[in-house]
Ligand binder design. Structure first.
Ligand SMILES: C[S@@+](CC[C@H](N)C(=O)[O-])C[C@H]1O[C@@H](n2cnc3c(N)ncnc32)[C@H](O)[C@@H]1O
Length: 273
């Protein structure tokens, strides 16, 4: 596997899943953009822009002279982003095919470097963050939203052990995704240590916030779609068989939406170079 292989899908359906995910990431995404204090003329470098859902939110904060350099290792996601942003992006959106783990000229002139749900796909993301501090101009604002598929699990395990056995499929899903990330040698909870990582690396004004969103119908749909995207991978790695995935999807569909604890959340971390 190379650093630019992406553990989940890159298809049309995967792009639709990222658009759905944008709905439950809405409030944390806007909170991150508030914390980054975007100015109309900023040059924003977005790491792992994917199909452009977070890019759209960034562009909404910029004026006619603002620019988003959207960097991604997937040519098909960049095409989706360009198409879906259309006129809204126009010349303000600069799609850039690159591996974010290898900083390049695309960082030149950045006022802001940001990313949503990307660092946990980068092996040893700490190396990238250290390199960025060496390259970026002092005063550059950086900020990330990173998911955490571990911290909420003790609460769910406690609930399951104290009268909520129906929550088991949430734990099975979380364990499977952790096993997948372990197989790919990436961290499903890099966000949990991100603030400390940036402090230790010498970044200034490090701020951290934790966002949870309830496991509502859109979150369950996302989980079902993740199963669809990676079912063959799970089977080939021995994480879950196809029959087990079918069973888990059935159990997930039967869950009482509206009375479910959060199964994952997002760390928001901002800092200054
Ligand atoms: C979970 S998606 C998030 C997409 C987008 N940020 C969003 O929130 O909708 C992760 C994205 O990071 C990209 N990615 C993963 N590893 C990468 C790398 N090493 N270099 C560039 N892009 C990468 C993937 O192709 C994918 O588009």
């Amino acid at each position: 596997m190379s650093a630019t292989d992406y553990v989940l899908g890159q298809s049309e359906r995967a792009a639709r899943r990222l658009a759905l995910q944008d709905q439950h990431f809405a409030a944390p995404s806007e909170a991150l953009l508030d914390a980054l204090a975007l100015k109309p003329g900023d040059r924003v470098v977005e790491l792992g822009c994917g199909a452009g859902a977070f890019t759209r939110r960034i562009l909404n904060r910029l004026g006619a002279n603002g620019v988003v350099v959207g960097v991604d290792s997937s040519a098909s996601f960049l095409e989706h982003a360009k198409d879906s942003l259309g006129q809204h992006g126009g010349t303000r959106f600069k799609p850039t095919l690159a591996d974010v783990a290898k900083p390049g000229a695309w960082l030149d002139g950045a006022d802001v470097v940001t990313g949503r749900a990307v660092l946990h796909h980068v092996p040893m993301a700490e190396f990238l963050l250290g390199k960025l501090r060496a390259i970026l101009r002092p005063g550059t604002r950086i900020g990330f939203l990173e998911p955490d598929f571990r911290s909420p699990l003790a609460k769910i395990a406690h609930l399951e052990a104290t009268g909520r056995p129906e929550l088991a499929p949430l734990l099975v899903w979380a364990k499977a995704i952790n096993d997948l990330y372990a197989a790919w040698r990436i961290s499903p909870s890099v966000g949990a240590t991100l603030a400390q990582t940036l402090e230790t690396a010498g970044y200034q004004n490090v701020r951290h916030a934790w966002h949870e969103f309830p496991t509502d119908a859109t979150v369950i749909d996302n989980i079902l779609m993740i199963y669809d995207e990676v079912r063959d991978t799970y089977a080939s790695l021995g994480i879950l068989s196809l029959a087990e995935i079918d069973e888990q999807q059935k159990l997930l569909r039967a869950l009482p939406v509206g009375a479910l604890p959060a199964v994952w959340g997002l760390h928001q971390v901002t800092a200054l170079v």
